[in-house]
Design a protein around this ligand. Structure first.
Ligand code: NAP
Length: 355
């Protein structure tokens, strides 16, 4: 496909890459964020960015928790790179907004129209973004309200926002949509499952889905540094059999506590923590030929692969693909079908006040 002035349009958006030329947008250093839809693109008027948790935590720590400094960091990144691609963590997040333009040569079978409210299901780390103004940094929800535009490529996934859910809740759930969908795929009836970071956003969805997949013959355990409202909910609703209070950076402590409480190694370990250095805490408690799923974006591929080798564990290491067929639907259903989880997400995300 060609734009009028001879630009060769790529379904993956490589025509927007400025540096290095020829790269795909995700691994590009800088993309062209001109807020206009080329023939195979969609332009979105952005309302809010849901910043990836590992990225938000990193910026928050670097800025001493100051919302104004976080806003400045985001503006600087987007100015330099044309996208909210955190140069330290390499991660992005996703956005919600209304369709402003649909490229002339773009065929959408789903009847998408200008004015529809959508959430993008591809990372901000590859999405051209133009920010006019940051309106609020909502630290508790890791969300940033902005005035600006973003470009969705021909291959870019999106979901229309369901009317039954407040925008903020849908955004929070869709941000981690890959996790419950993959959990549903990899957990089998009767499995013993361990979820690291079980009390966080993705961890709660994974624990709920894991419980459904393993059934009452199986068991689901969680790790968090300390009990909280979210872990109490998981225990009360029966999504977790027990909570282990431990630091996921301390692999030996996690492995010991898990062996004591579960009595046998895990069939599946799911890492939903948002900090670095937790690879071995996921690998050690897993049985031989079990599965370790790293949804955590602060995971080091080298630390996981060499760590498993170093402790002689023949386990399948899964990288947390953010996409699985039907993941948006699965993730939304995970909360819509569970009233206690839905109420918690509404309280935690919809009620967040600008800081
Ligand atoms: P979240 O809601 O912040 O949850 C993370 C949880 O981990 C929190 O409950 C946190 O507890 C806990 N935690 C952090 N450090 C810990 C430690 N050392 N020991 C025990 N628990 C610890 O984050 P999320 O939104 O679910 O995201 C989780 C991860 O998924 C992030 O790394 C994010 O980047 C990644 N992610 C991946 C994809 C993908 O496509 N693969 C997409 C989106 C997000 P505290 O709050 O007490 O620290």
């Amino acid at each position: 496909m060609e734009e009028g002035h001879g630009v060769k349009l790529c379904p993956y958006g490589s025509h927007r890459v400025l540096e290095p030329l020829g790269a795909l947008p995700q691994n590009a250093w800088r993309v062209d964020n001109t807020p206009h839809a080329l023939a195979n693109e969609i332009l979105v008027d952005v309302e809010a960015l849901a910043i990836d948790s590992a990225s938000f935590r990193q910026m928050c720590e670097a800025c001493g928790g100051d919302p104004a400094a976080i806003a400045e960091t985001i503006l600087r990144t987007v100015r330099e790179r044309g996208k909210q691609h955190n140069p330290v963590t390499g991660s992005g997040g996703m956005l919600v907004g209304c369709v402003a333009e649909i490229g002339a040569q773009l065929r959408k079978d789903d009847g998408l129209r200008v004015g529809d409210r959508i959430a993008t299901l591809v990372s901000l780390s590859l999405t051209p973004l133009f920010i006019e103004r940051i309106l609020a940094v909502e630290c508790a929800a890791e969300r940033v309200r902005i005035q600006g535009q973003a470009v969705l490529f021909e291959s870019g996934l999106y979901a229309r926002l369901p009317e039954r859910l407040p925008l903020e809740v849908a955004l929070a759930v869709l941000d981690v949509a890959g996790a419950p969908a993959q959990t549903w795929r990899i957990c089998r009836a009767g499995d013993r499952v361990l979820v690291l970071g079980a009390g966080g956003k993705s961890g709660m969805l994974c624990a709920a889905r894991a419980r459904e997949a393993v059934g009452m013959q199986g068991s689901v355990f969680g790790v968090e540094r300390a009990a909280s409202e979210s872990t109490e909910l998981l225990l009360r609703e029966g999504y977790l059999d027990a909570l282990i209070e431990a630091d996921a950076r301390d692999a030996l402590a996690v492995a010991r506590a898990f062996a004591e409480i579960a009595g046998a190694p895990a069939d599946v370990v799911i890492n939903c923590v948002n900090t670095a250095g937790t690879e071995l805490a996921a690998i050690l408690p897993c049985r031989e030929r079990g599965t370790v799923y790293f949804f955590n974006m602060a995971t080091s591929f080298a630390a996981a692969a060499l760590g498993a080798e170093g402790v002689g564990k023949d386990v399948d290491l899964l990288i947390g693909n953010g996409y699985a067929v039907g993941h948006a639907q699965t993730a939304l259903e995970t909360v819509l079908e569970r009233p206690a989880l839905l109420a918690y997400f509404q309280r935690r995300f919809a009620a967040a006040q600008p800081v």
